[in-house]
Design a binder for this molecule. Structure first.
Ligand code: ZN
Length: 147
């Protein structure tokens, strides 16, 4: 299994995403701070009165959008990280002997279907084994957030 390599790769991607989120978040904070300072102090000359409010509003909107986007990306990447930790579910086939009730579970094979007759039971040679269930074997791994 390449489980170790896979999780390392996931972590690398997460760090990369985290860096981008951090930069966007930093920029959004900077633009909001700028917006506040523009609103309080003003940058334009008195003849351009009114532009300050517009600039401040514009910066606030940019800041909020950037912050929202980074939060959304953070949420999405977390969700993705959790999903990536779930192993690809294996499809399992349950085989049962009608006579002695011996249950065998093996991986799904092409051509398997429920109620399909299989080879004879090892205990009772005159009875054919039957597929009684086909299901996905989902094993969820521990949910960890290692960025
Ligand atoms: Zn049997």
């Amino acid at each position: 299994m390449t489980q170790k390599q896979q999780s390392q790769g996931t972590q690398k991607i997460s760090n990369y995403i985290m860096m981008i989120i951090f930069i966007v978040l930093l920029l959004s904070v900077v633009s909001i701070i700028l917006a506040v300072s523009v609103y309080l102090n003003g940058v334009s000359t008195p003849s351009q009165a009114g532009t300050d409010d517009l600039t401040a509003g514009f910066l606030t909107v940019i800041g909020l959008i950037a912050m929202g986007m980074s939060m959304f990306t953070l949420y999405q990447s977390r969700k993705q990280a959790v999903e990536m930790k779930i192993e690809v579910p294996k499809v399992m086939t349950t085989i049962e002997c009608k006579k002695c009730g011996t249950k065998t579970v093996r991986e799904f094979q092409r051509g398997d279907y429920v109620y399909k007759d299989l080879d004879a039971c090892p205990k009772c040679p005159d009875t054919k084994q039957l597929i009684t269930a086909i299901y996905k074997d989902i094993k969820e791994k521990e949910k960890t957030y290692n960025f």
